[in-house]
Ligand binder design. Structure first.
Ligand code: GCO
Length: 264
């Protein structure tokens, strides 16, 4: 058995929102474990092409597809195109997501709905269209990218927490319905990582920056590359009997109540 359990050679992995940030870090990990990577984004073809070039410069076999994960018709067409041009998808990572930081009492309903739509509805849409071939082939891996907010609330991110809490339960329900087809559906819950998404709350002197370092037993922000191993595990044969599990990669945040700010 050994390391071959983690070898993804011959597998095709679609990672939504993988032109940058945590999506790129996880996709790069899967690619370096042997998977062919399908990069997705919806901002610009230029951004996708740039990302594809970066993956290829690291020796990863890569293809890029621009489509909006919230648009079911666009997703259906894109999955059909990928299946005909590259092959059936063996591994799906539902990573694409947005966040809006606003106190709930001030949040516009349209903004609340947009966060739910991108962070919760789109994993359902993409999974619904990818899982068809997985069911037919009696194999597949789906990884939903959850959050600390799948377990904990935080002021100003109520819509995001509602979406990520829902995504945890959607993960468990997908596992319930699709495990009998030899499809393993699990989640990764990143802690606080140094990305563009957290840049506004990570600037030096921002109270949240110091708070997170103090609240995290590992006493630091996560490095996106710390997520590659978790993605490889949940995408590989090593997790063939793991279903509906949310693997938190959080430096210990969920393990602790925290400590007084004056304690080392
Ligand atoms: C925030 C952060 C979080 C992290 C991550 C934590 O504003 O609290 O952006 O949402 O990005 O989701 O798991």
């Amino acid at each position: 058995m050994g390391l071959s359990l983690f070898n993804l050679t011959g597998k095709i992995a679609l990672i939504t929102g993988s032109t940058h940030g945590l999506g790129m870090a996880m996709a790069m990990g899967l690619g370096k474990a042997g998977a062919t990577i399908i990069v997705n984004g919806n901002s610009s073809q230029e951004k996708i092409d740039k990302a594809v070039a970066l993956y290829k410069s690291e020796g990863v076999t890569t293809f890029g597809y621009k489509f909006n994960v919230t648009d079911e018709l666009a997703v259906k067409k894109a999955i059909q195109k990928i299946e005909s041009e590259v092959g059936y998808i063996d591994i799906l990572v539902n990573n694409a997501g947005i966040i809006k930081r606003t106190p709930l009492e001030e949040m516009a309903v349209v903004d609340f709905k947009e966060v739910i739509n991108v962070d919760l509805v789109s994993p359902f849409i993409v999974s619904k269209h990818v899982v068809k071939s997985m069911i037919d082939r009696k194999q597949g891996k789906i990884i939903n990218i959850c959050s600390m907010m799948s377990e904990l609330g935080r002021s100003t991110v109520g819509a995001y927490a509602a979406a990520k809490g829902g995504l945890k339960m959607l993960t468990q329900n997908m596992a319930t319905e699709w495990a009998k087809h030899n499809i393993q559906v699990n989640g990764i819950g990143p802690g606080y990582f140094a990305t563009s998404q957290t840049a506004p709350i990570r600037v030096d002197g921002h109270p949240f920056n110091e708070f997170i370092v103090n609240r995290t037993p590992a006493a630091k922000w996560g490095d996106p590359n710390d997520l590659g191993g978790a993605a490889i595990f949940l995408a590989s044969k090593a997790s063939d009997f793991v279903n509906g599990h949310i693997l938190y990669v959080d430096g210990g945040i969920l393990a602790t109540i925290g400590k007084p700010s004056n304690e080392d």
